[in-house]
Design a binder for this molecule. Sequence first.
Ligand code: COA
Length: 257
Amino acid sequence: MNHDVLQDSSEGVMTLTLNRVDKKNAFTQEMYGLCADAMLAAADDPSVHALVLQGHETIFSAGNDIADFLQRAPSIDSAHAQVTRFLRGLVTFPKPLIGAVCGPAVGVGTTMLFHCDLVYAGDNAAFSMPFVNLGLCAEAASSLLAPQLMGYHRAAEALLLGEPIMVEAALEMGLVNRIVPPSEVSALARRQALKLAAKPLPALMQTKRLMKQGQAPALLAQMDEEGAAFARLLQSPHSKEAFSAFLEKRKPDFAKL
Ligand code: COA
């Protein structure tokens, strides 16, 4: 039994809690698979009206597991089957999706939030997409959504320079709905989810569909293009150097390549 993602369903709300805190909630392929399965089940279950995605009060997620990146790089297709299911599930999830974020949200920890309908954050939250620093490129359609959501130049700072976005800036950009103390984030997300659970599901689903009208094909196409580039970059000496450097707790040296 894998406890790295905890799943709870009650009162019309499914909650997925990332629970690999010793590794900063870094996503393994198994965790992507668990989240994808739960989202599919939630989408089909008429008793679920809303889904909450949350981490720990100190860390939302450090993004993809870097050791997993290194180990699985040679078999790109199978390695990415689970992450692809998860990312596509985010785009097509038909019911309200709520992110509850405290602490660092790195890589996919940030890009998954672009697909949430509501995001509540702790005052310790910080968002970063350091793909380039790792020799990689944007994923989860963030190369399309980040410029749309925050404007091109701020997206370039976040995606090209990999600079973190502090929670106040994220609020100002409209990436989060509200900031509260970390100890209150989960309860706030649940309260909002329960409000949604009390509303008529067909009306919620139609409204979300209309607000997202037409976006899914473009997002899925962008994800495919990102996925192909990402897979090539995963094989590059630059990404291997960046992953090894992280695991060896040193700075990467790209100059030697
Ligand atoms: N993949 C694998 N392991 C990770 C990880 C990741 N993405 N992020 C953190 N960990 C592990 C560390 O290796 C460390 O393991 P150890 O205790 O066995 O040495 C443990 O989690 C704690 O991480 P540490 O870096 O010591 O915590 P911190 O509080 O100083 O920093 C972060 C937290 C999230 C800022 C930092 O861990 C980080 O930058 N992680 C990498 C983020 C990243 O580049 N993700 C990929 C995006 S595509």
